[in-house]
Design a protein around this ligand. Sequence first.
Ligand code: PLP
Length: 470
Amino acid sequence: MDCPLYEKIANQIEHQVHEGIFLPGAKIPSVRKSSKQMEVSVATVLQAYSLLEDRGVIKARPQKGYFVQENQLQPIESAKIEPTQNDGTIHALLRRLLHASQDDNIIQFGAAIPKSQFLPIRQLQRSVGRLMRLEPEICAAYEFTPGSLSLRRQIAIRMLDSGCQLQPDDITITLGCQNALMLSLQAVAKAGDTIAIESPAYHGVLQAIEILNLKAIEIPCSAEDGIDLDLLEQAAAKWGIKACIVTPNNQNPIGATLSHQARQRIIDQSVQHNFTLIEDDVYGELSYKDKRERSLKADDKLNTVIYCSSFSKSIAPGFRVGWIVGGRFQTQIEHYAYVQSLAIPTLTQTAIANFLENGAYDRHLRKTRLAYQDNLARCQALILEHFPTGTQTSTPKGGFLLWVTLPNTVDAMTLHSQALESNIGLLPGLAFSLTAQFSHHFRLNYALNWDNKTDAALRELGRLCQQQTN
Ligand SMILES: Cc1ncc(COP(=O)(O)O)c(C=O)c1O
């Protein structure tokens, strides 16, 4: 049976909220205006608005009108959502940004790629050279999934620092962490299932969800506390989520690290509501503390957490070496990995295994963490001095990414386009959500060779922002 007219109107407005046309906190058209626009009676609109209030989509404010609830929780049909830019989807935006990240003339505040001075390039060069001289036949051999045993052994040893006791057989080598995330989603969900993600989220997760025809439910994430666990609880109870992808350490882009209590709570929630936790720990080794944080996997008594990571942020993004600890999904994940890529490059796996084995990794990490902290301090000071009043930055406790929140008068996409003309790259907030909610935000990579040029580029960004506020 057809639903009544007021319900159709309510559904239509709810859909517009899901699509990000009306953002959380935004005022929706008044009852009188909607009645005129839709050519229906005022009473019908009032009934529709009252239904939307019951559904928790909008809220009436006396004398002011109706507003979208701040913490909207609804699954989003990812394939239908587009950022509001006129040039199309997140893919189009990212393609442009990726292109910019390969241009040496551009100051790379945009991509989350450390400059080569923060990577042990020299040691890898020696290692690869030696391997090619002494063991050239490794190029002629497939290193079938699950990947090099000596590398898996080294990873098992390293993961002791995160509290995990693993055997090499618990680990599958992947083509970077992105591949590990894809494999996790493929193992736990099928098209149409709902996945909880952090908001803002790493854009690779948004793309994976999009390509697998999954629904995303964006759970607000704060720089201080990380993912909002009360809202995750509500979402799990209301929507029956299949999995939650969470970055407990140095989240990209907001830099949050979960507290000990939050870690325990999210594990308990996953058990209680029967969803899989997909842990993305790609920045886990880059905490500024001497001792890295524990992983969720370490406290996963029921073996339901899937752990994903890689060496892209700390050793060699170009090597594309990552890994996955699939827990009870391990057999299936290994099977998918085998079918999708058959094998992982032998040379890069062996070079990384050798690098880990010779003990230089911890020294390398200590040095880079200190350099990142210096760059962060410099960056925050420049932003404070040159950006418009009201600009805020995150305070990462690790990694090399800063989340900048601009005043509402400054549009980050405009800033991005203007900055590119001055050869400055940045990643606008729109790349981190399937809705248009982060249009006054951008992410800044500070793993750069910091010099006068970088200082000048940040001052220029500040000037461009000031220009928009005038
Ligand atoms: C949070 C997060 N997860 C995963 C990835 C993908 O890592 P990889 O380059 O190893 O595929 C990135 C890369 O930027 C990231 O920031």
